[in-house]
Every structure is written in C-alpha cells, then in structure tokens.
Design a binder for this molecule. Structure first.
Ligand code: IFM
Length: 793
C-alpha cells in the first residue's frame, strides 16, 4: 500500500495518507536546537542533548504522542480536529491531509469541514527555538468562528530519564506562568543556579485563553485526542503546581468565506525576556517565508552539488535528495536522537562517525574535514580508536579503554579491531575530493598524549593492527570488528579486519608514494604481500571467504558449518579491498547472489545462529533473521553494490540497489513500515514471519555506504589526486543519463551515452569539445563550467 510520493522538484516527500504504518519522521534544526517530527506532528525537541536538554515530551515505544499539536475548534457547532491528523484522528473520509517533509521543515496541509489549515514547522537557520506557523482559511460559503489551541507538553526535567522515571522528585520542581501571550515554565525556581526556563508563545494574534496545567487541559480520563479545554471551547486559564505542566495558548479566529489568517507559535528554552525578543521578531509574520527560503537555499545548494538524471526515478530521488539528506542528518546527529535513539549515548561512536563522514564528502568536504580532524584526535597513541568520543572530547587528555575513568564515563572497556582502520577510506576520499594533500602533514594530537601528522596517525593505525595479529597472520577481532556481535577476542581473527587492513595498506602505499616516501611504501607493500598470502592460504574455501577464526580455532563462516555458513561482508570486502582474485571475486559474489539474496535485500549470513552463541556469536541473542543474526543488515548493502560495480556487474549492482532502496517499498509500505525515503538499520529476513519489515529509522551508517556505492560505483564519479575519473557501471538498458557535479570549484555537466548497452567501460570522453585519453579528466582541463560527453561501450 502506498501512503505518499516523492516530489523531486521540491525535494520533498509528501505523505498523502496520514495513517502511516509507523511514525514517518523528519529532522528540524541541528543538535544546537534539535527537533524530530512525524507526519502527525509527534516528536520532541531539545537543546544540545536529546537526553540532557529535552524540553518537550515524547512517549518512546508508544503511539507517536505527544507532539506539537494545534487543535481547531468550531465555536458554533462544537466540532474539533487538529492541524495534523493525530491526535484527534478524524475520519479520513472527511479529513484530508498532505504532509510535506522537506529539507529542514515539515508542512502539514489539512482540509476538514471547509477549513484549510497549513502548519509549517521549522527551526530557523542558526537559531535555538522552533516556529510553528499555521495559516487557516475558510473555503466554505458562510462565516466561521474558530478557536485554535497550540499545545506542547513540557518535560519536568531536562534529563529525559529523570522526567520519565523519577516522579517523586521531578513532578514537584516545575511551575508555569502566563505572561504577555506566552506560557513560561520554570524548573527549580528557587535555585537560581539550577533554574531552567522554557517558553511557548504566540505571535500574530492575541491569546484568549491558556493552560499551563496538563491535567486540567486534558481533563480526567481523557487523552490528547479529546482534551477538555478544546471540547469546552475555552481554556481554563490553569497553571500547574505539583502536577505536569504544558503550554496551551488559545487564539480565536473569525473568518469570512475565502478569508485566510495566520498565527505562529514559538517554543524554546528561554526566560521571559529572551522569549519576548523571539516573539517580537515575528510581529510581522512575513519573516516566516523568508526563513523558510533560507533553509531551502541552505540545503538545496548543498544537495545540488551532485545531481543525476537517470532512467530510474527511484535512484534519482535517493541520490539527489533523500539519501544525500539522510547522509547529512546522520553526519550531524550521529546516533543522538530519533524515535529509537533516546539521546543517551554521550558521544560519537568511532567507526560510525568516521564512516558517516564518507557520505557527505562529495557534497561538502569542508564540513567533513572538521569532523575528520576531531576523529583523528580521538585516535589513541597506540593507534586504536576510542570506542566512544565524548561530546566534550579533550584531545591529548583523554583516558583510554585501559583506564578506569574512561571506562566509568563511557562504559567502553575494550578496543574494537576496526575503528581506526576506517580512517583510510575516509581520509583518501577527502584528499581526492578536496585536493588538499597538505592535510597529510597537519599535526593533530592523539587522544591521550602526544601528537603526529595525519600521515603518521595513519601509519600508527596500521601499527595497531600489526601489534595484534593472530595465529593465521591476520588481525585479531577483539571486542568487535564492524560487527558489534562478533566477539573474536584477543586471539581470534577477523576476516573483515583483514580486508580492511588490506585496503589500508593500499591506501597508505598510495599516500606514501605521493609524498615521495619510497621506504614507507615498500614497508607497507611487504606487509600487504604477507597478508595477502595468509588470506589466500587460510581464508579461501573453494568458492567463498570465511568470516574468521575463534580463539579455539573454530572457523566462523565455513561451508562445513551448520549455521552461518556463508557471510556477506567477507565476500564484498574481499572485492572492495582488492584481495580477491578475479575468479574468486566472481565465485564469491555469485555465491552471495544465490544464497543470501532475498526480495528485500541481502542477508548478513545464512542460516541464522540458533545453537552456536555466546561468548563469540552474541547475535544469537536476537531472534533469527533479525539484526546481526542473519537479518538484512542495511549498511552492508552499500558495500555489496559497490563490490558488484567494481567487477563490472551493473545489472546486478542495480538489482541490489532496488532490493534495498527504501523508495522501492513506497507501494509496499505496509510490509516495510519505516519511512520509504530513508534507510533503516536492518530489515527482517527470511526466517522471520515478518520478512521485509524494517527497523531503526534514519540514523544509520547505511546512508553513507549506499550513497558512496551510488555516487562512485553506479554513477562512477571517482575523484582522484589529479582529476575526476568517470567510470559508470550501470544497468545495460540505460541508454543515456546525465549528471551535474561540482569538483574543486568547477562545474561539470556530464552527458553519458550508452547506445551499445554495456554495463561498464568508457570508450570516449570529450570535455568542452576536446577528446581526452582514458576516463580521467585532469583538473587542468577544467574550466569553471564544463560540458562533458562520455561514451560507454
Ligand atoms: O557496525 C555496527 C555499528 O557500529 C552500530 N550498529 C550495528 C553495526 C553492526 O554491528
């Protein structure tokens, strides 16, 4: 079933049926002032931290309530509804709505009983409050008398856990006041050093009633769908004292036929004076449209740095808008706040963050650089990455997983084997995109002590693995490799890390050669060859690579096992790293296709663990076909697509893209459940009774892996040190497609012709009328604006 559609031109997703199978969300603002909102206006807001700066309530794991509600009541006939379908939930035969989720804003248009409302929610650029602007229009033929009730439920503590569970305390610390068109809520009023203020105000109209006491507003034994004050048509002018607080502002509106009026509600963590200043900024509501334009310009100009027109709308929508936007959201928010992440993680996961950076490099390498520096400064001087980089990370002064204090603060007593190795693909992408190779000489502190150039940091990351090799001459798996549920320990070996290390050596050799350091390149080359030999000797089994060896030398991912016989990542990473010989690549990738592929994506391995489990295979804790236990983990789908493009299989790569693209499920939303415009963390696979159901929306490393596979793999846009390589790998039935790409300050309009229907291979390349050899456009050939013709086949 379909609940909405993509509007590519406006870069929006439109929800046309509000009863979506899960809350379909959007992000507003930034972590400085963050807000998450569903198509039914459910969600929450916070300043700086989802866990410690929360000012409005959201009931996790429940019914997408409460939210930013504006109720509308007909003062003559007593009927009432809401600007979003929920919470009142009118009969959808009579209530029509379209929710526009856009880049940094959500606009919900609703029509009911000849009244049209349009409620726009956004956080203005660089501001720390949010705006809800409602336009209300009388589309009927008789005058109407309406009341609007803006509603927000405040938390009683900035800390959301305290607000939820410590009721014997938090309930008795909050009070509300009404002053000049706004409700002010204060927590810990008598303790100036602990005081915290929030406000909910109205602009553009006079308030005719208010409630600051949630239970008075809702009334006894009622819910958000039928609040007493709305039903009464008049707020009770209540204020809370030792009960829950809320902000409700009533505005009465008379409308002649055809007439439209607008009001705005403002919300944030400000005291009286700051709140009044915010309100006065909206004296003239024309400022709202201006602020909306600023937001669109900000986001669209970023996204427009790479745009494609291909025969696939699905791909166009994902590359041009939604996958790219999700990459930015994931990059900015990390795993801080969603409808599943409650904001409790007090920092950035090392591997997740370094991977997230990859998703935005092609669109904003400067933004990427800042985060990359931070992550390099979170590398310990022994070469490993800190598992958790605290929000108040203090380079040069941090503890390590070996220090009790770091462990107490973060709860992470172990290194992961893969963390620092993610720097290699990310750093090389940044260097090739920006051309800023001086970065390799930049001196950055280690997290604990000392400092080094970026180049030396990379060498130290190799050293971390070299210091931790196992009996087969491959890196050990430690507490986890990419897979959080695979605990191979200090002696068991991980093929995932082996392939990462393989790739890392190659990147390092390139950089060393580029920096004219032949001894370093030779050092890495020798080690690469040794590793290669060990992989070939120990890890290749007839037609697949194994996943690892445990401390007692049990082979994970062997065809001889009963469970988890074949794994996806070792096959795709063997190709990505270059370790697989061409015949191995073909055999292994064919085996994946035949054994792991489903209609909804490709499983992490098969069959699921049911017997073999702890202490190595922690994923056995999950139900079969779920998450790391043979679920369709979404992040590896990107590696799979990229690997297929590397071996020239455009048809298959595209098939894999369609399998995992959220947009492919737009008309099967009742199966997928999650938003059809963003990736989730995983999809249930074939041993689940709910095959195809996706979970954990928005904040997932999938955004970046799939994005990279689309941009570099399928579209074949591959920045290099001295230019831009164009090497698409596409379905054979794509006869023509085009791209617009910014690269090193130049614009390239690229037209690709594939009249012979090949999957890969550029035969001619012409830039500004001049034919060049090969498929690399040297920077020197680029003008400010370029016409590029590419012929495949
Ligand atoms: O790689 C991890 C990631 O860091 C967190 N989510 C699960 C992934 C796979 O285990």
């Amino acid at each position: 079933m379909q609940y909405g559609y993509f509007d590519e031109k406006n870069k929006e997703y439109l929800i046309t049926k509000p009863n979506t199978p899960a809350p379909w969300a959007n992000y507003l603002g930034s972590p400085e002032y963050g807000a998450i909102i569903s198509g039914n206006a459910g969600g929450y807001s916070f300043v700086k931290s989802g866990a410690n700066g929360r000012h409005i309530r959201y009931h996790f794991n429940s019914k997408d309530e409460p939210g930013r509600y504006i109720y509308v009541r007909d003062l003559e006939n007593g009927d009432y509804w809401s600007g979003s379908w929920q919470p009142v939930g009118k009969d959808l035969e009579q209530y029509k709505s379209v929710c526009h989720h856009g880049t940094g804003y959500t606009n919900i248009v609703a029509e009911y009983d000849s009244i049209r409302t349009e409620t726009l929610y956004y956080v203005p650029m660089n501001k720390t409050y949010e705006v809800w602007r409602m336009k209300v229009r009388n589309d009927g033929s008789k005058p109407r008398k309406l009341a609007l009730f803006g509603f927000v439920e405040f938390t009683n503590s900035n800390n959301y856990e305290q607000d939820t569970v410590n009721l014997q305390y938090t309930l008795f610390t909050s009070r509300t006041y009404y002053k000049n068109n706004k409700i002010l809520q204060v927590i810990n009023e008598n303790t100036p050093e602990e005081q915290s203020w929030r406000f909910f105000g109205a602009a553009g109209a006079e308030v005719t009633g208010y409630d600051g006491d949630r239970d008075t507003f809702l009334g006894d034994y009622r819910g958000y769908g039928n609040p007493a004050s709305v039903e009464n048509g008049q707020c009770a002018n209540s204020l809370n004292y030792n009960t829950n607080s809320c902000g409700v502002l009533q505005i009465n509106v008379d409308l002649q036929p055809g007439e439209e009026k607008e009001v705005a509600f403002l919300l944030g963590q400000y005291e009286e004076q700051g709140a009044s200043e915010v309100l006065s900024h909206y004296k003239d509501l024309a400022v709202v449209d201006k602020e909306l334009e600023e937001l669109k310009t900000f986001w669209h100009s970023k996204l427009n740095r790479f745009q494609v027109q291909t025969p696939s709308d699905n791909l166009n929508n994902m590359i041009n808008t939604w996958n790219a936007y999700q990459c930015f959201i994931t990059f900015i928010w990390s795993r801080a706040a969603s409808f599943q992440y409650c904001g409790l993680r007090n920092g950035l996961g090392y591997r997740d963050t370094v991977q997230d950076i990859q998703g935005i490099i092609h669109l904003d390498h400067e933004m990427a650089l800042e985060r990359l520096r931070l992550m390099i400064s979170a590398q310990v001087s022994n070469g490993g990455g800190l598992p958790l980089v605290k929000f108040d990370h203090n380079p040069g002064h941090e503890g390590t997983p070996d220090d009790p204090e770091y462990v107490r603060e973060t709860g992470h007593p172990h290194y992961r084997a893969d963390d620092a190795l993610w720097l290699f693909p990310t750093v090389i992408k940044y260097l090739n995109e920006s051309g800023n190779w001086d970065f390799t000489d930049e001196v950055i502190p280690y997290s604990d002590r000392g400092e080094a150039t970026v180049y030396e940091h990379l060498r130290q990351a190799l050293q971390f693995s070299l210091d931790r090799m196992g009996a087969h001459g491959m890196p050990v798996g430690l507490h986890a490799d990419w897979n959080d549920c695979l605990r191979l320990g200090a002696k068991g070996e991980s093929l995932f890390v082996a392939f990462q290390l393989y790739m890392a050596f190659k990147v390092f050799i390139d950089i060393a050669q580029n920096k004219n350091k032949p001894e370093d390149a030779a050092w890495a080359q020798t080690l690469l060859e040794e590793l290669d030999e060990n992989i070939q000797k120990h890890a290749w089994e007839k037609d697949q690579f194994v996943r690892g060896f445990t401390e007692d030398n049990y082979t994970i991912g062997s065809w001889e096992n009963d469970e988890a016989k074949i794994w996806l990542n070792p096959q795709s990473w063997a190709v990505l790293s270059g370790a697989a010989r061409p015949d191995q690549a073909k055999l292994a990738m064919d085996k994946v296709y035949e054994n792991l592929r489903t209609d909804y994506g490709t499983m992490l391995f098969y069959p699921p663990f049911r017997k073999y489990g702890l202490p190595v295979a922690l994923m056995a804790l999950f139900n079969a076909s779920t998450k790391e236990n043979a679920g369709i983990f979404s992040q590896p789908q990107g590696w799979l697509i990229l690997a297929e493009t590397m071996i020239g299989n455009g048809d298959r790569a595209f098939e894999y893209f369609l399998d995992c693209s959220p947009a492919s499920m737009n008309d099967k939303a009742e199966i997928r459940k999650l938003e059809p415009y963003v990736h989730g963390q995983f999809v249930e696979s074939k041993d689940s009774p709910y095959q195809g159901r996706a979970h954990v929306h928005w904040l997932t490393g999938t955004a970046s892996t799939v994005m990279v596979s689309l941009v570099e793999g399928i579209m074949g846009i591959q920045p290099q040190f001295d230019g831009l390589r164009i090497n698409p790998c596409v379905p054979s039935d794509w006869k023509t497609f085009s791209m617009v790409r910014e690269f090193r300050g130049k614009k390239l309009n690229i037209q690709v012709e594939n009249q012979n229907g090949v999957e890969k291979g550029v035969s001619r390349l012409i830039i500004n009328g001049k034919e060049i050899q090969g498929n690399l456009i040297p920077v020197a050939e680029m003008k400010d604006d370029n016409q590029v013709q590419v012929f495949m086949g």
